[in-house]
Design a protein around this ligand. Structure first.
Ligand code: SF4
Length: 448
């Protein structure tokens, strides 16, 4: 009997790239390939990369070089590199990694099995560098997909690509123009995930608020939320990666009035000072951004808002950075991430005058983080003694588990450390008495 071909997968970067990994793996599994967490068993290592910023490229480089070292140890082993990095580097990828057997372009995500089969038969067309044109591929509910997240949640990529031209971002050149799936296809995928027992559906895209606007059938995020919300059962819909420019009253109302939408919105703002927002080309100035965010609170009471801010954009002054910190003190955001600007080759911001030293950007970032930490601790301490509904994601020991409140997204927000009966993981949603608070995480026990 022929031994099955075994692939080990390393998935880097954001949730959108992670969905690509799941589709690649689904195609491979449908073709009889076995997936193994153990590299020593494998015939091929797939590294699905992120190429967004310098840190991500460094991590991808490390993983690719590790995989190539493994390849050199035994004849017949192969390495495949997918994702944003080869798309961004193009010919340079071949020069940098001459031993990689197969580069998988973003348009090849749905035909990974075919290319791997050709590689196994040594019948591939060279090394398949991603083409020069912008990618157009987008999976749908018929694509085989192997769920690799914990069983409690699943990502649903409702669209791909981005039509914004934020001055610091290379994503539109890597991922192509915005393209949205049909409402029917998204609803069908959500139904499949719920049938598998997923309890949380995380809607993602480069900009979810622009969902559907590239289509001619009237689809938009509000209608999509309403359609997914009509699915039966006890589950959560979580909306990630929105943009303030397209956050309409209609979208907020649809989310706020839905039965299943988690009281949570992820809305990266990046800045609040008008000159910086203009230079960033975010499409909204400071007052308009503040107005949108106030409207969000007004139309959706109780929503937990997650945002990110970018410090050290070219030309940013101490006063403008302070404006961000003061805004966060007053708004305030329940969840917050911050980044220090890094000039990305090929973006408008990379060559703008007034580049801010990295150390200055990091000091501004750290000042906001210190403030956020205090605010978050006070907010968490107010939860001690309360009963919260928690979604259990994983076991963490004997009768110990990790979960999230409805106001926390997977992999990025706060955790709840739980003690409870053995069947917590199977139960999914549990009621928890919060007993102790840290700056970000909570501790509690499951109420029987
Ligand atoms: S909205 Fe801006 S930051 Fe986000 S992917 Fe599009 S261009 Fe990049």
């Amino acid at each position: 009997m022929n031994r099955p071909y075994i692939v080990q997968v390393v998935s880097l970067g954001c949730a959108k790239n992670f969905v690509d990994t799941e589709v690649i793996c689904g195609g491979l599994a449908a073709d009889g390939v076995l997936l193994s967490p153990d590299r020593e068993d494998a015939d091929l290592v797939l590294v699905n990369t992120c190429g967004f910023i310098e840190d991500a490229r460094r991590e991808a480089d490390r993983e690719i070089r590790d995989a190539l070292k493994w390849k050199r140890q035994k004849r017949g082993r192969a390495v495949m590199v997918a994702g944003c990095l080869p798309r961004r580097l193009r010919e340079k990828a071949e020069e940098l990694y001459p031993e990689v057997d197969l580069f998988l372009g973003l348009d090849d995500v749905g035909r990974a099995a075919e290319l791997v089969r050709a590689l196994r038969n040594r019948a591939g067309e060279g090394r398949n560098l991603p083409p020069d044109h912008l990618p157009t591929y987008l999976y749908d509910h018929t694509a085989p997909r192997l769920a690799l997240t914990p069983a409690s949640y699943g990502y649903v990529k409702i669209g791909e690509g981005c039509d914004h031209r934020c001055a610091y971002c290379i994503i539109p050149d890597i991922r192509g123009r915005q393209r949205s799936r049909s409402i029917d296809s998204v609803v069908e995928e959500c139904r499949q995930l719920l049938d598998q027992g997923r309890l949380e559906l995380d809607l993602i895209a480069q900009d979810t608020t622009r969902y559907g606007l590239d289509r001619e059938d009237g689809a938009n995020l509000a209608r999509l939320i309403e359609a997914v919300d009509r699915l039966p059962g006890d589950f959560l819909i979580r909306i990630l990666y929105t943009h303030p420019l397209y956050l309409t009253d209609e979208i907020i109302a649809a989310a706020a009035n839905a039965e299943h939408v988690a009281p949570y919105l992820d809305i990266p703002l990046q800045h609040i000072s008008t000159p910086i927002l203009k230079a960033m080309r975010r499409g909204l100035d400071g007052p308009a951004t503040r107005e949108r965010m106030a409207r969000l609170r007004e139309l959706w009471p109780g929503v937990a808002v997650r945002t990110t801010f970018l410090f050290g954009f070219p030309g940013e002054t101490d006063e403008q950075a302070e404006e961000v910190i003061a805004y966060c003190r007053d708004y305030p955001f329940e969840r917050l991430g911050t980044f220090a600007f890094s000039p990305e080759e090929g973006t408008a911001a990379a060559t703008m005058p007034g580049q801010v030293p990295r150390a200055v950007a990091e000091a501004r970032r750290d000042a906001l983080l210190a403030q956020q930490q205090k605010q978050s601790l006070a907010r968490n301490q107010a939860l001690v003694g309360q009963h919260l509904r928690v979604l259990v994601d994983a076991a963490a020991g004997k009768r110990e588990f990790l979960g999230r409140t409805l106001r926390d997204a997977p992999e990025i927000d706060n955790l709840v450390h739980l003690r409870g009966p053995r069947d917590c993981l199977e139960r999914g949603f549990v009621d928890v008495l919060i007993e102790r608070a840290e700056a970000y995480d909570l501790h509690g026990k499951v109420l029987e």
